[in-house]
Design a binder for this molecule. Structure first.
Ligand SMILES: N[C@@H](CCC(=O)N[C@@H](CS)C(=O)NCC(=O)O)C(=O)O
Length: 221
């Protein structure tokens, strides 16, 4: 039997967090090889482990996988989280890409210059409430089902929940005008594997702080 996937990344959310979420939702236990210094990252680069000299890197099923989307695609395919047919997959991909666009904006916020942060935050909240969340609210309303696609859990549900929780960290009542998303959040959070991942002390990473951002910057720049 293959061992647990091993995740190589710095000690933060970044581009690895969605991978952590998806593995956890699929009920897969994983190990983390956290690196803390530029030298740790350089060592991985020098030993040929990083195809493009970048992380995230995940050792899984005999591969050293890089490129976060490729890793997510592999996990989703392996654990039946990408729909029953190409059309379901197409919708799942569209929803995931939307969630990832919002996720990426939030992920980059701490790296923006201090004097632009307020404006950036306002843009993110505006996009969340006028561009992204209305789409997901309408999807749920139109089909009346529990999950976004095909009436079964897919990576789109997991990635949307991650994205909702990240957005709520910026504005706690962000879902106030989205009742179906509120119910969706409660429902998906209650799936046992996800509930476990949301427990304090699990492998979910906390929101970035000035200190953690500075530590990550020291590794990469
Ligand atoms: N498209 C890649 C981007 C990876 C990426 O930009 N990784 C950053 C850390 S989150 C990195 O390794 N930066 C150092 C570099 O590009 O040399 C992915 O999605 O995995």
């Amino acid at each position: 039997m293959a061992g647990k996937p091993k995740l190589h990344y710095f000690n933060g959310r970044g581009r690895m967090e969605t991978i952590r979420w998806l593995l956890a939702a699929a009920g897969v236990e994983f190990e983390e090889q956290i690196f803390h210094t530029k030298e740790d990252l350089e060592k991985l680069r020098k030993d040929g482990s990083l195809l493009y000299q970048q992380v995230p890197m995940v050792e899984i099923d005999g591969m050293k996988m890089v490129q976060s989307r490729a890793i997510l695609n592999y996990i989703a395919a392996k654990h039946n989280l990408c729909g029953k047919d190409p059309k379901q997959r197409a919708f799942i991909d569209m929803y995931c890409e939307g969630a990832m666009d919002l996720n990426e904006m939030i992920m980059m916020l701490p790296l923006k210059p201090a004097d632009t942060k307020e404006k950036e935050l306002a843009t993110i909240l505006e996009k969340a409430t006028t561009r992204y969340f209305p789409v997901f609210e309408k999807v749920l309303k139109d089909h009346g089902q529990d999950f976004l696609v095909g009436n079964q859990l897919s990576r789109a549900d997991v990635q949307l929940l991650e994205c909702i929780l990240m957005t709520e960290e910026l504005k706690a009542d962000i879902l106030s005008k989205f009742p179906l998303l509120k119910a969706f959040k409660a429902r998906i959070s209650n799936i046992p594997t996800i509930q476990k991942f949301l427990q304090p002390g699990n492998q979910r990473k906390p929101p970035p702080t000035e200190k953690s951002v500075a530590a990550a910057m020291k590794i990469f720049y």
